[in-house]
Design a protein around this ligand. Structure first.
Ligand SMILES: NC(=O)c1ccc[n+]([C@@H]2O[C@H](COP(=O)([O-])OP(=O)(O)OC[C@H]3O[C@@H](n4cnc5c(N)ncnc54)[C@H](O)[C@@H]3O)[C@@H](O)[C@H]2O)c1
Length: 383
């Protein structure tokens, strides 16, 4: 098989997502499998150039994985005509500037969400990228999770009949950092650094709802900061200025009502860290990250409300496991592969900067809805 190289500047690889999901589980995993088979007798070989702020941290990662190229000079990397793609998984507030520079330098763009800190910036990026004629993609990893792929199979197979509602439950306890270390970075809890659960999670909910059930047409959200003081990576106390929980109701095109709770201040009594229950006239399903269980109307039991007696039925056992019927790759890697094919072969790719802007729009309107205490409609975006 002949080898074709694509050089990717990866900015933010010292971070949680950049290192584990994008470098290790995606780009290096593609290399371990011998490259990406392009189906024409050639394999695409991703060559990462690690970009960041701390030379030593980058060098350590490069050496650990046998990589040759790293730099703290973003401008130089963007000026290098040999670099094809710019990827960004930096802290959210640093993203828009870097993406603008990369577009101006004519690089194809692949980026974590949210693409910008406000809708105007997100839309401007999408326009600039189109005008520059570069290809662009935004991470929408949840769509590629086994649980949601099985849920999509049920939707596309008509299992639900008319879909009525979606209820999502996401979250876990993020430690305050005083007596046990926090498992998320402290900037996530500072609004001035681009933190907050609405900004973080509403972009995910937008593309999940949009792709599976219909475009979000209105939002009513209540955001809260349940834990107002936390300790940072150095053990120093700080004020949590961003929301750590959000309770949202979304109306979708076609009339489906979705209600999603997102929280970093909740203890898990669920099978998975995120679960969506979908109820339809013909059947219901509960999908998590990996599993999906369904109950058809023909096998729906008839529970009787009687608080005077203990429950005699095991409700969870009344559901049927939806089988895998195939192997699922890591969701981030699956999307990287589609994006790289799009870059080199021009294959269709829908999850672009305009799609990313919809996520930013929903987060912005969600926060405004919460601040103003009212339901807001979500206008359809176009460029
Ligand atoms: N797709 C997903 O499921 C998912 C999940 C979590 C986070 N994210 C997104 O990924 C991005 C990175 O999140 P993370 O959890 O990896 O964060 P992180 O704090 O672990 O990493 C942040 C990265 O940005 C760099 N950086 C640049 N400027 C910085 C600054 N001024 N302060 C601190 N770091 C700076 C850091 O060096 C580091 O490489 C965010 O935009 C976030 O929204 C996506």
């Amino acid at each position: 098989m002949t080898r074709r190289t694509v050089r990717i500047a990866m900015n933010g690889v010292t971070g949680r997502m950049g290192y584990r999901q994008h470098l290790l589980r995606s780009i290096l995993a593609i290399r371990e499998q011998g490259g990406l088979d392009l189906g024409d007798g050639s394999a695409l070989w991703p060559e990462p150039v690690l970009v960041g702020r701390r030379d030593l941290a980058l060098k350590t990662i490069a050496e650990r994985h046998g990589l040759d190229e790293w730099t703290t000079d973003l401008d130089a990397v963007l000026a290098d005509p040999g670099v094809d793609v710019y990827f960004d998984s930096q802290i959210t507030s640093a993203r828009e500037d870097a993406l603008r520079k990369a577009v101006a330098a004519g690089k194809h763009i692949y980026t974590e969400k949210p693409t910008a800190t406000g809708l105007d910036g997100a839309l401007a990026l999408a326009r600039l990228a189109d005008e520059a004629g570069v290809r662009h993609g935004v991470v929408q990893d949840k769509l590629f999770l086994p649980g949601l792929l099985k849920l999509r199979r049920l939707v596309e197979g008509g299992f639900f009949g008319r879909i009525l509602s979606v209820r999502g439950e996401f979250g876990y306890w993020v430690f305050e950092g005083d007596w046990q270390e926090a498992q998320r970075p402290s900037w996530n809890y500072r609004a001035e650094d681009g933190g907050g659960i609405v900004v973080d999670m509403f972009p995910h909910w937008e593309y999940v709802l949009h792709n599976l059930f219909g475009r979000v047409t209105s939002v009513q959200a209540h955001a809260a900061t349940h834990i107002p003081r936390r300790r940072d990576e150095r053990g120093e106390p700080y004020e949590a200025t961003a929301d750590d929980s959000a309770y949202g109701v979304f109306e979708l095109e076609g009339g489906v009502v979705a209600q999603i709770n997102s929280s970093w201040a909740v203890r898990v009594h669920r099978d998975e860290l995120v679960e969506f229950q979908v109820d339809g006239t013909e059947g219901s399903a509960v999908a998590g990250l990996r599993r999906c269980r369904a109950q058809h109307r023909s096998s729906t039991p008839k529970p009787v409300w009687n608080p005077d007696l203990p429950a005699t039925e095991s409700f969870r056992e009344q559901w049927q496991e939806v089988p895998d019927n195939g192997e699922f790759a890591n969701g981030f890697k699956a999307q990287w592969e589609l994006f790289l094919r799009h870059v080199v072969l021009g294959t269709p790719y829908d999850w672009d900067l305009l799609a990313g802007a919809r996520g930013v729009q929903l987060a912005e309107l969600g926060l405004r809805s919460s601040a103003e205490g009212r339901r807001l409609s979500v206008p359809e975006l176009s460029l």
